[in-house]
Design a protein around this ligand. Structure first.
Ligand code: SAM
Ligand code: DTB
Ligand code: SF4
Length: 345
């Protein structure tokens, strides 16, 4: 079956959002079953390999120097420490190890250590994912060469709302990095945050931006804003309790992401810790099939293994296992192919 469309219009996506909830969930569950087993959920573990002190001003983030969140800045962890974390995650049943750094972009001097980390984690038999900020084509190629499986770089919101949440870089910069990652042959992980005070129209624009990329991201993380005291958006939310995202609207967003990008892994990401089991169950029904495990995200708390095990038991869900990491075709050639294609246009 090939019903993968990249020509979605905003109007079509708005119509999906407007469907009666029962119909929307039925359509999303149907799309989910066409490409995935509905009782299997991918388990990923996050580790912050370089925390805090980030020069960017993302209004939601505890790690920005512009926030007064009390998060202490650290240096890049040493390779051994990262591999210890990966070994623990593997023992706990995780398939993917996602490493995040609070950088605007990695410096060239950081790259040898990053490459060593990717190779080490990969040798342990886990899928590797990194999120290090913006990448140049050369840096993306280095990561591809090291064997990185996925690169996470979120578009975060609609193009219109993006500039209200972040001023130190543009949506275009984000899209350029996504293109560099795609051209290098690394699988793309890109999603965003719901509940930052954006409108329904912004959520439509957010899904539309991802679903009309030339190729859908292989992973789409949907985060619910974790309101952190001392960040602009966290404080704003604390002052206006009514601004918290409605659970049903969150589930609708997951469902529309599933319908428009049926083959992608849709990750129920940050914010699960404060979500009811019933809301999480609705998200799985709506096609979410990946989560972060463990009791910590990067700096914020996560649901934790015990409560997740209990939830999986109650819902009859199991960990997705044994799949070979999805390896994209190799890099410099694919960049060359693009150049050829451009030359042909
Ligand atoms: N510095 C890199 C970057 O921004 O691309 C990588 C790390 S950054 C923390 C990764 C993603 O985490 C962000 O793009 C954002 O979507 C998400 N995130 C950060 N703070 C969050 C929060 N308080 N609530 C929900 N998601 C958050
Ligand atoms: C993503 O979309 N969510 C993860 C991951 N990509 C790197 C990060 C969530 C961060 C939540 C806030 C924190 O832990 O500081
Ligand atoms: Fe820095 Fe990433 Fe946080 Fe933005 S989201 S402040 S780029 S760590």
């Amino acid at each position: 079956m090939n019903d993968i469309r990249t020509d979605w219009t905003r109007e079509e996506i708005a119509v999906l959002f407007d469907l009666p909830f029962t119909e929307l969930l039925f359509q999303a569950a149907t799309a989910h079953r066409a490409y995935h087993k509905p009782d299997e959920v991918q388990l990923c573990t996050l580790l912050s390999i370089k925390t805090g002190g980030c020069p960017e001003d993302c209004g939601y983030c505890s790690q920005s120097v512009h926030a007064d969140s009390g998060v202490e800045a650290t240096k890049l962890m040493d390779v051994r420490q990262v591999l210890q974390g990966a070994a623990q995650a593997k023992d706990a049943g995780s398939q993917r190890f996602c490493m995040g750094a609070a950088w605007r972009n990695p410096k060239d001097r950081d790259m040898p250590a990053i490459v060593e980390i990717v190779k080490g984690v990969r040798d342990m038999g886990m899928e590797t994912c990194m999120t290090l900020g913006m990448l140049t084509p050369k840096q993306a190629d280095m990561l591809a060469e090291a064997g990185l499986d996925y690169y996470n770089h979120n578009i975060d919101s609609s193009p219109e709302y993006y500039e209200k949440a972040i001023s130190t870089r543009k949506m275009e910069d984000r899209l350029d990095t996504l293109q560099n990652v795609r051209d290098s042959g690394i699988n793309v992980c890109s999603g965003g945050i719901i509940g930052m005070g954006e409108t329904r129209e912004d959520r439509v624009g957010f899904v539309h931006t991802l679903a009309t990329l030339e190729q859908h991201p292989e992973s789409v993380p949907v985060n619910a804003l974790v309101p952190v005291k001392g960040t602009i958006l966290g404080d704003m939310l604390a002052d206006t309790p009514m601004a918290k995202i409605d659970d049903i609207e969150f589930v609708r967003t997951v469902a529309v992401a599933r319908i428009t990008m049926p083959k992608s892994m849709v990750r129920l990401s940050a914010g699960r810790e404060s979500m009811s089991e019933a809301t999480q169950a609705l998200c799985f029904m709506a096609g979410a099939n990946s989560i972060f495990t463990g009791d910590k995200l990067l700096t914020a708390p996560n649901a934790g293994d015990d409560s997740d095990a209990a939830l999986f038991e109650r819902l009859g869900l199991k960990a997705l296992e044994g799949e070979e990491p999805m390896r994209a075709e190799k890099s410099p050639d694919s960049r060359q192919n693009n150049i050829h294609q451009e030359a042909l246009v």
